[in-house]
Design a protein around this ligand. Structure first.
Ligand code: BDR
Ligand code: CA
Length: 344
């Protein structure tokens, strides 16, 4: 079977790290390159963390890393959005064990370097060299890089087979006001992607929160014993610990954490992992008010017809996933990690 060609766009990031591991070790996808963006942490950290993960998977000879956008297109909501520099932090804010996304992933420092070429020119050049509709874009961070690429050279649109992105929320409470983090960081960029005419699957927070993994799963994964498996287990534990410690009032341990980003990678080759998908309109609130960055779904996806039998709604522009199959997802991760062990 021909491998699915993907470009993975990340803001690594604990769950991004798991997405990278799964993509690099999967024998069903061909990762053309990894691009980084500011999001969970600043660009220098997302890039460095990404390089560490690539080295952990021993894929540095096959897959290169391209540094992308330093700041969102227009929004200044993230702390480093205004000046692009780390702000002074209190001791508590600096405690890496309290962070869902530590500045540096718990992996050895790497000597690997990003490519000289930046993400957006590389993305454009690579896409233009490919046959039409042959590459799947998998952005699992803010959409800044893809939006910049689209705005820079619209000829790339016909090269893209589809976009399978982690982003958006509807029913699920999102900590950043009502907006899901990736969209909240760069709402304008997401809207550019959503109104590009591309075939977009949104692996939303609603869907990712149905595939939480906990301590038991982390233990089983750790037993696989390879570097990448230990990293995945560490990332689950990091998310469990950080979420438990920072939970309001420290009421107790969190038993499961959503691993958002690898679900998008899984959905590329196993679309059946997304169990509840609606085809709907979806746009981002860009009003800079309370709902800035919220993804607004068409109200009429349950099909309301006007007197002429036409569906009354904005044109449908996304396949919006609301639920996912946890067993399939977990087995998929374990299968990839076990195969990775056999190969070594
Ligand atoms: C998304 O936000 C980030 O914190 C995660 O890496 C994921 O991509 C979930 O809302
Ligand atoms: Ca991410």
């Amino acid at each position: 079977m021909e491998k699915e060609k993907i470009i993975l766009d990340v803001d690594t990031g604990s769950d991004d790290a798991v997405a990278i591991v799964c993509a690099l070790l999967s024998d069903e996808v061909d990762v053309l390159g990894i691009t980084t963006v500011t999001g969970n942490v600043e660009i220098r950290n997302t890039t460095d963390n990404t390089l560490r993960v690539v080295e952990c998977c021993d894929k540095q000879d096959e897959v290169k890393v391209y540094r992308g956008a330093e700041l969102p297109l227009a929004s200044t909501l993230v702390p480093w959005g205004i000046q692009g520099k780390t702000l002074p932090r209190t001791e508590k804010e600096s405690d890496q064990s309290l962070k869902v996304h530590p500045d540096h992933l718990p992996l050895p420092e790497t000597k690997l370097k990003e490519e000289d070429k930046r993400a957006v020119p590389w993305m454009i050049e690579t896409l233009l060299s490919m046959p039409d509709r042959s590459v799947t874009l998998v952005p699992v961070g803010p959409e800044t890089n893809l939006a910049l690429a689209i705005r820079s050279d619209e000829r790339i649109l016909k090269k893209i087979k589809r976009v399978v992105m982690m982003g958006g929320s509807h029913d699920k409470y999102a900590p950043t006001q009502g907006a899901e983090f990736n969209v909240w960081v760069d709402p304008e960029a997401c809207e550019i992607v959503l109104s590009s005419g591309l075939d977009v699957t949104m692996v939303s927070l609603d869907a990712t929160s149905t595939v939480s993994l906990g301590e038991e799963e982390a233990k089983a994964i750790r037993k696989i014993g390879t570097g990448p498996a230990i990293l995945v287990a560490d990332m689950i534990d990091q998310r469990l610990n950080a979420s438990s410690k920072t939970m309001k009032g420290n009421e107790g341990a969190v038993v499961g954490v959503a691993l958002h980003d690898p679900l998008a990678v899984c959905a590329v080759t196993h679309p059946e992992v997304l169990t509840d998908i609606i085809d709907t309109s979806c746009h981002v609130d860009l009003g800079r008010g309370f709902a800035y960055g919220e993804t607004v779904l068409g109200r009429n996806y349950e099909a309301v017809y006007d007197e002429n039998g036409e569906i009354m709604d904005l044109p449908k522009n996304v396949h919006y996933a609301r639920k996912a199959d946890k067993d399939l997802f977990y087995k998929w991760i374990c299968g990839i990690l076990l195969k990775g062990r056999e190969r070594h």
